[in-house]
Design a protein around this ligand. Structure first.
Ligand code: SAH
Length: 351
C-alpha cells in the first residue's frame, strides 16, 4: 500500500491525536480534523479551512481522505432509491444504496466486496468474494450519502449493514465502523438507528450479544428446515437452524432486545402455509419481528418471488399466532438495488 493509500477514516480518535502530535502539531488539530471529517463530511483536505496550509499539505502527503471513486449512480423511477457503484483504491468494487422514506434516509452499506458464502439466490453470493473492507471504507459509504443529503439540508437517519458481504465475517472492522458512526463527537448516529444483518455466524452472534450494544440485529433465516436452508444458504451446514436460534435466544437474554428475522419468500420453495406454521413453531415466544420480502430476481437463480396473495396467506399465519410481522416494501428492484441484488461485474462496470 503506498503512503497515500493510508485512509484517514481508518484511524480512531486516539490514533489521529497521536498522528497529529507526531507531526509536531498541537493536540486540538485532531479535533478540527475529526469535526471536518465526521460532522462536515469533508473529503478534500484543501476544503478544511480551519487547518493551516502547511498541515493540509502534510496530511495530503500521508493520507487519502477520499477512498471512494464513484463509478456510476443509478436512480429508481420514483426517485426514492439510488445505488452507487464505487471503486476503492485497489480497484475493488462495492455498491451502496440510499433509500428515501417519508421520515427516514437509510443508507445500506457493504461490509465486503463480494461475499464468500454463496447463498444461491443472492447476487453478491453469486459473484464470489474479493476482500474485506476496512472500517474507514465502511464509514466512507455513509459519509458519501451524508454529503449528498446535506446539500438538500437532509441527514442520514439510519444505517443498515445489509449491502454486499457478510458483516460477521469482517466483525472487527464492522464494529469499529459502527462505533465511529455512533461517536457523539463525530457522526453521532444513535446505535438504535443502525442494524447489522447476518446469515447466522453463530459465534459472532454471541460475541455481538456480549457487546451489549443498542445496535439492532437481523438474521437472514428464510426457512427453518435444515435441508432446504443448507441448499439455499450453504453456511447452514456449519451453523444449522437450531444453533442459530439458540444464539438468538442468547442475544435476547443478554440484551433484552428483539431480533429481526429476514424471510425472503420464494414461490413454491419456502412460502407454503406449512412453512409458515413451521416458522411459528420454532420462533414462538421469542422477542422477535419477522420481515417478509418476496424474493427479488437475480441472474443466477431462476425461481420467482412469491405472489401477493400467497405473501398475504403466509403473513396471516404469523399474525394469527401473534408473531409481529411486516411485509417489506420492495424498493429499487428495476435498478438492481433491492435486497440481494448488489453485485459488480468488474469488466463491464469499470469500462
Ligand atoms: N450477509 C448478510 C448481510 C446481507 S443482508 C446477511 O445475509 O444477512 C441482505 C439480505 O437480503 C439478506 O437477508 C439476504 O438473505 C437477502 N437476500 C439475498 N438475496 C435476496 C433476494 N434475491 N431477494 C430478497 N432478499 C435477498
Amino acid at each position: 500500500m503506498s503512503v497515500q493509500e493510508k485512509l484517514i477514516h481508518d484511524l480512531t480518535y486516539a490514533e489521529l491525536e497521536q498522528q497529529v502530535l507526531s507531526m509536531g502539531e498541537p493536540r486540538f488539530r485532531a479535533k478540527q480534523i475529526w469535526t471536518a471529517l465526521y460532522q462536515n463530511y469533508k473529503n478534500d483536505v484543501d476544503e478544511i479551512s480551519t487547518l493551516s496550509k502547511s498541515l493540509r499539505n502534510k496530511l495530503t502527503e500521508i493520507f487519502n481522505i477520499n477512498p471512494l471513486r464513484t463509478v456510476r449512480t443509478v436512480i429508481s423511477q420514483d426517485g426514492l432509491t439510488q445505488k452507487t457503484l464505487f471503486a476503492l483504491h485497489d480497484g475493488v468494487l462495492i455498491e451502496t444504496v440510499l433509500m428515501v422514506y417519508e421520515d427516514r434516509r437509510t443508507v445500506c452499506i457493504s461490509s465486503q466486496s463480494g461475499c464468500s458464502l454463496s447463498c444461491t439466490f443472492c447476487a453478491t453470493g453469486q459473484m464470489g468474494f474479493n476482500r474485506n473492507l476496512s472500517q474507514g471504507e465502511i464509514v466512507a459509504q455513509v459519509l458519501y450519502f451524508a454529503r449528498y443529503l446535506a446539500e438538500k439540508d437532509e441527514r442520514v437517519t439510519n444505517v443498515v449493514v445489509m449491502g454486499m458481504g457478510e458483516p460477521f465475517l469482517n466483525y472487527d472492522q464492522v464494529m469499529a465502523a459502527i462505533s465511529r458512526l455512533n461517536d457523539p463527537d463525530g457522526f453521532g448516529l444513535g446505535a438504535r438507528r443502525m442494524t447489522v444483518s447476518t446469515v447466522g455466524v453463530v459465534p459472532r452472534i454471541k460475541q455481538f450479544a456480549d457487546e451489549n450494544s443498542q445496535v439492532n440485529l437481523a438474521i437472514s433465516l428464510h426457512t427453518v428446515q435444515d435441508e432446504l436452508r443448507s441448499e439455499l444458504l450453504p453456511i447452514n451446514r456449519k451453523y444449522p437452524v437450531s444453533l442459530v436460534l439458540d444464539a438468538c435466544r442468547y442475544y435476547i437474554r443478554q440484551t433484552n432486545r428483539r431480533v429481526t428475522f429476514e424471510y425472503a419468500l420464494i414461490d413454491g420453495v419456502n412460502d407454503s402455509i406449512e412453512d409458515a406454521a413451521a416458522l411459528v413453531q420454532k420462533i414462538k415466544g421469542m422477542l422477535c419481528h419477522v420481515n417478509l420480502i418476496p424474493l427479488n430476481p437475480t441472474q443466477g437463480y431462476d425461481k420467482p418471488g412469491t405472489q401477493a396473495d400467497q405473501v398475504r396467506a403466509f403473513y396471516d399465519v404469523l399474525e394469527r399466532n401473534g408473531i409481529p410481522c411486516t411485509v417489506r416494501l420492495r424498493r429499487g428492484i428495476e435498478i438492481g438495488a433491492g435486497c440481494g441484488q448488489l453485485a459488480a461485474e468488474s469488466k463491464s462496470d469499470l469500462s
